[in-house]
Design a protein around this ligand. Structure first.
Ligand code: NAD
Ligand code: IPM
Ligand code: MN
Length: 356
């Protein structure tokens, strides 16, 4: 049996780190005698340049025909002034919608060796281990209307959610909490937003279905503060699309770098997409210095969630941890000890650990 993986490198460092993930998967294939077939498709800026659309039909079809999708990142200054429908980010939102990837799981767990690399105090982040469950196909990102009026001098974006959209992400979060420390924090802005009021009502309704899970609610502004002053209090955080986007970049500070944060974007039925939480990092693209860890750990999530290859997923995570604990790190980690390495060196160290 062979697993078909669609590769969507995208732009900037996406085109660098995705091949790190591929190398690591090839090492897994060798070590554990598993077969992976890779097929690459265009998305984002590169697709705009080649096909005049950020999301060609062939990419959607290729993803639907695959067993799982790995995505690097999209975007860059070259396309920043394009009209909205010709922006790379539209390709990303489009593939999330086309595959109905409503649940974005972003685990945030620091490595002991890197505690000192975070700008936060070690005693504050020590022991933090949380999961952000971000709703990914609703809210402001997909609101209609979203437009300019009055000759461009007035704008409207719409934040809408249906009961069904909220219920399925809240269920996913409760179920994730049941597999962890059984604590769920729902983050909203229920003191202001109607969408948040319904969100909070639904979380309250669902509590009785998951009696083993302890639930609390936090307003998003306070949650942003608590995330970096007392992160250890959190287990699973569930929140709407844009709040989750912002809080997850903030939470990456606990690990020392955005380049450490993987994610899984899952559908109710159907193919999953695995993507680092970071973007195309135009400031370092092409230099060979990007941190491949987020992408490599996203590939591990793919093995676990889409292929049920738990031992193989664990082997990747163990290899990453071992290499990090030996002190190797890319330049984004402000580590004062250990050895500074490039993207390909870091990847090779992880590959060697897997094959050892
Ligand atoms: P970014 O995440 O690309 O970069 C933010 C900062 O973090 C930069 O200083 C960058 O160098 C650093 N960084 C990020 N990932 C890193 C890694 N793996 N290794 C080392 N350093 C890393 O965010 P941005 O600069 O705000 O956005 C750049 C472009 O990426 C924009 O076009 C944006 O729309 C796009 N973007 C895409 C995705 C995605 O495709 N999933 C996610 C976020 C941003
Ligand atoms: C992310 C990114 C995307 C998002 C952008 C590029 C549309 O920031 O994956 O976190 O906001 O979802
Ligand atoms: Mn983001």
């Amino acid at each position: 049996m062979s697993f078909k993986i669609a590769l969507l490198p995208g732009d900037g460092i996406g085109t660098e780190v995705i091949y790190s993930a591929k190398d690591v998967l090839q090492a897994i294939s060798k070590k554990y005698n598993k077969k992976f077939e890779f097929e690459a498709y265009d998305i984002g800026g590169v697709a705009i340049d080649k096909h005049h659309t950020p999301l060609p039909d062939a990419t959607i079809e290729g993803c639907k025909a695959a067993d799982a999708v790995l995505l690097g990142a999209v975007g860059g200054p070259k396309w920043d002034n394009n009209p909205s429908d010709l922006r790379p980010e539209r390709g990303l939102l489009g593939i999330r919608k086309a595959l109905d990837l409503y649940a974005n799981l972003r685990p945030v767990k620091g490595f002991q060796k890197l505690l000192h690399a975070s700008p936060l105090k070690e005693e504050i982040i020590n022991g933090s281990d949380l999961l952000i469950v971000r709703e990914l196909t609703g809210g402001l990102y997909f609101g209609r209307p979203s437009e300019r009026r009055d000759n461009g001098n007035a704008v409207v974006d719409t934040l809408s959610y249906t009961r069904q959209e909220i219920e399925r992400i809240v269920d996913m979060a409760f179920q994730s909490a049941q597999l962890r420390k059984k604590r769920l924090t729902s983050v909203d802005k229920a003191n202001v937003l109607e969408s948040s009021k319904l969100w909070r009502e639904i979380v309250e309704e669902k509590k009785s279905e998951y009696p083993d899970v302890t639930v609390d609610h936090l307003l998003v502004d306070a949650a942003a503060m608590k995330l970096i002053t007392n992160p250890v209090q959190f287990d699973v955080i569930v929140t709407e699309n844009m709040f989750g986007d912002i809080l997850s970049d903030e939470a990456s500070v606990l690990t020392g770098s955005l380049g450490m944060l993987p994610s899984a974007s899952l559908a109710e039925n159907g193919v999953g997409l695995y993507e680092p939480a970071h973007g195309s990092a135009p400031d370092i693209a092409g230099k060979g210095i990007a941190n491949p860890t987020a992408m490599i750990l996203s590939a591990a999530m793919m093995l676990r969630y889409s292929f049920q290859l738990n031992e193989e997923a664990q082997a990747i995570e163990n290899a990453v941890e071992a290499v990090v604990n030996e002190g190797y790190h890319t330049q984004d980690l402000k580590s004062t000890t250990g050895e500074l390495v490039s993207t390909t060196e870091m990847t090779q160290l992880i590959v060697d650990k897997i094959l050892a």
